[in-house]
Ligand binder design. Structure first.
Ligand code: HDE
Length: 697
């Protein structure tokens, strides 16, 4: 479904000529010859051997044999969508990039979200960094912003990337564990490479467990350089801020979803776009004048550091809207080729050594993955800007280049294509001087201050989740010296953190802090401060059985839908349930096909017979109890309140009217109050302070 508000989209127009529909078509070979039978091979007699004459059989099998291409060495698992970017505030003062200067322009984009460590078929909800790669099809050529959902990285220098990736990937002897950092090699790497500590804090936080790609921030990570029309440079960090707020899943929940619906995030993105609930993000920039390059207590070129938003404000300059699902996963999402070096005039690089190595890697990797140098001609990768040069031939050349001359300078093609002129890319003439050395800059030496800043900025519940994550991951490490080494590193971040982790993983807690905690915080880092006022796209399960109060289902359901939530009625069987008033309530899904972990909130409507039936049903009891343990909003009306007690949830109010406490909303009668209170509880997304509960689920 395309956003009807979009009038024209040059990228979609370009793709249209490449789209192939089977409608009204006849089955043919690749040569266009109509096929009379595709179910039986040509053979010599009914039980005789197959014949080489069967060109259709040979072609069909051969193509099948060659269907696979190598998966991405990292970020193999992903999901993509098209959309558009609208600029609200011109940045012409800082950059000549037209799509960031002209507020009348709408720029088509393709975005691919991904996990990093797992294989193509791995589950979506693993603890991992998420890729957030955006290809802007600008009129000046493609600009790729190949970012992540965390603002820093594990290493400072690209030469360590193969080491890091080998450590985090499944271990060589048995290829275990899949898509998980909870194993010895990763933590061995970490304990010996303290520059990882800041990123490990992010990875152990809830940022590694996004509820939805639509509820996740994005970051360009490196410091880039804007260059304006006068040639003046400004350092820039790119951010994406989701309109729906930044929300996460519970760790226990992510593990269960990995079994119940391994495509959870991919499906969520697909469904949102299909339903017209388009994910939106604000593009934001942090701008640092070149004169201020050395004013920070860290190096701007160090990708393990962020610029606290309290120090340099984040300016919202435009909005990205994802509004079209791809037609074909392989053709588009798998074949899309991002490259950090795809920049347009006005955007340039810096000497960040991680960035520099990436400038090499992305082109190189596409050559093996996509099989040759013509991958920019694959429809999803093609710019909307004209492409003319003297690159020729190679595997899968799609263009038919005319003319005698494929060299510059030429007179035989009239000197064309002409080099230079207005709008040409000019590299920033940075002055460089230095001896060839292999040495990390002293300005990159502090590995702990920002890890401490992150820890200090967390709310109590976030700290609890981080400690739990470290205990889980280290608890999976067989080597005690690896656990000890990590605890020692954590002691440089924060003593209390190190002690708590040590306590959980059988390691002697450090006696004294390795250094004093600087006590600084950055409130912008805490998810406590990153909510939104919207329940758009949140999924609510309504539990029902025969005898359910259909008026309550309708009234609360309508209020939730009006607020943008999605309601699904779940019952023991598909079809419908009989309502208390004799009518019918349609069942969306049988409870056995889903689970509470696939929903954001639960509603138990009244109706005594319905509640009695649910109370006898282990699936229903578990559903409610588990939602409670995962700190989800729960609404219960009239007799429905009893089900909470039967599920082991104690201390629930049975007072008249609507009562909302810690995300549990009870009501007698489905008045407007109840729906409003439930929606309010849902805005908080999760009631994490509830986590000390002893409900067994
Ligand atoms: Fe990547 N990275 N990376 N990376 N990266 C790839 O390119 C690499 C880094 C990121 O959806 C690969 O086409 C090196 C940082 C994303 O298709 C590969 C280094 C950040 C994606 C590669 C880094 C990223 C990739 C694998 C250290 C966040 C998925 C397949 C020098 C700012 C793009 C491919 C997509 C993919 C190399 C570090 C983000 C091998 C060598 C830092 C989102 O080229």
């Amino acid at each position: 479904m395309v956003n009807p508000a979009r009038r024209e989209d040059p990228k979609q127009e370009q793709l249209e000529s490449r789209r192939v529909s089977p409608r009204d078509a006849r089955l043919t070979t690749d040569q266009g010859i109509r096929v009379d039978d595709t179910d039986n091979s040509l053979s010599a007699g009914e039980r005789g051997p197959s014949l080489m004459d069967d060109f259709h059989l040979r072609e069909k099998i051969t193509h099948f044999d060659h269907e696979r291409i190598p998966e991405r060495v990292v970020h193999a698992r992903g999901a993509g969508a098209y959309g558009h970017f609208r600029l609200h505030e011109s940045l012409a003062e800082y950059t000549t990039a037209e799509f960031l200067c002209d507020t009348s322009l709408t720029t088509p984009v393709f975005v691919r979200f991904s996990t990093v460590a797992g294989s193509r078929g791995s589950a979506d909800t693993v603890r991992d960094v998420r890729g957030f790669a955006t290809k802007f099809y600008t009129r000046q050529g493609n600009f790729d912003l190949v970012g992540n959902n965390m603002p820093v990285f594990f290493i400072q220098d690209g030469i360590k990337f193969p080491d890091f990736v080998h450590a985090v990937k499944p271990e060589p002897p048995n290829e275990i564990p899949q898509a998980s950092s909870a194993h010895d090699t990763l933590w061995d790497f970490v304990q010996l490479q303290p520059e990882t500590m800041h990123m490990m804090m992010w990875l152990m936080s809830d940022r590694a467990l996004p509820r939805s790609y639509a509820m996740m921030q994005g970051f360009g990570v490196h410091t880039f350089r804007f260059v304006n029309a006068e040639g003046r440079a400004t350092f820039v960090k790119f951010h994406w801020k989701p309109r729906l707020g930044t929300h996460s899943l519970a760790w226990d929940e992510t593990q269960k979803i990995a079994g119940k619906d391994p495509d959870f995030n991919r499906r969520d993105l697909w469904d949102r776009i299909g339903d017209g609930d388009f994910p939106e993000y604000d593009l934001c920039v942090q701008l640092v004048p070149v004169e201020d390059e050395h004013r920070f207590d860290f190096d701007l070129l160090d990708p393990t550091k962020l610029i606290p938003e309290e120090d340099v404000p984040v300016r919202r300059v435009g909005t990205l809207t994802l509004d079209r699902n791809p037609d074909n996963f392989f053709a588009e999402t798998e074949q899309v080729a991002f490259h950090l070096a795809n920049v347009v005039p006005g955007i340039d690089f810096t000497d960040d050594p991680l960035l520099q190595a990436r400038l090499f890697s992305y082109l190189d990797t596409q050559l093996i993955r996509l099989g040759g140098p013509n991958f920019p001609q694959i429809p999803v990768n093609r710019p909307v800007a004209d492409v003319h040069n003297h690159h020729r031939d190679g595997y899968h050349q799609m263009d038919v280049h005319q003319g005698q001359a494929s060299y510059h300078k030429n007179s035989l093609s009239g000197g064309c294509p002409v080099v230079g002129g207005e709008g040409s890319y000019t590299h920033f003439p940075e002055r460089v001087d230095g001896a060839k050395i292999r040495k990390r800059s002293a300005s990159f030496a502090d590995h702990y201050s920002q890890a401490t800043l992150f820890w200090n900025s967390m709310s109590d519940w976030e700290k609890g989740h981080i400690v739990g994550a470290f205990r889980f991951e280290l608890g999976k490490c067989d080597h005690k010296h690896v656990r000890e080494g990590v605890v020692e590193q954590l002691n440089h971040v924060d003593h209390d953190l190190a002690v708590q982790v040590a306590d959980g993983v059988g390691v002697e807690p450090p006696q004294a802090p390795a250094g004093a905690n600087h006590g600084r915080t950055s409130p912008a880092l805490s998810q406590e401060n990153l909510g939104s006022d919207s329940v758009q796209g949140r999924k609510v399960a309504i539990l029902a059985a025969d005898g359910v109060d259909s008026a309550a289902v309708a009234a609360v359901g309508d209020a939730l839908k009006d607020a943008g939530a999605i309601c699904e009625v779940l019952a023991a069987k598909d079809g419908f349930v009989q309502a208390a008033n004799g009518g019918r309530v349609e069942v969306t899904r049988a409870m056995s096909t889903v689970a509470s972990v696939l929903y954001d909130a639960v509603l138990v409507p009244g109706g005594e017979r319905s509640v009695e039936t649910l109370a006898e049903d282990g699936d229903a009891l578990h559903f409610v109890a588990e939602a409670f343990v995962h700190c989800k909003p729960i609404g219960a009306l009239d007799a429905g309140i009893d089900l909470l007690g039967r599920a082991g949830i104690t201390g629930v109010s049975s007072a008249e009217g609507t009562v909302s406490e810690g995300g549990v909303v009870t009501g007698t009668g489905p008045g407007g109050d109840f729906s409003a209170a439930l929606i309010d509880a849902m805005k908080a997304h999760r009631h994490w302070r509830r986590q000390k509960s002893h409900v067994p689920a």
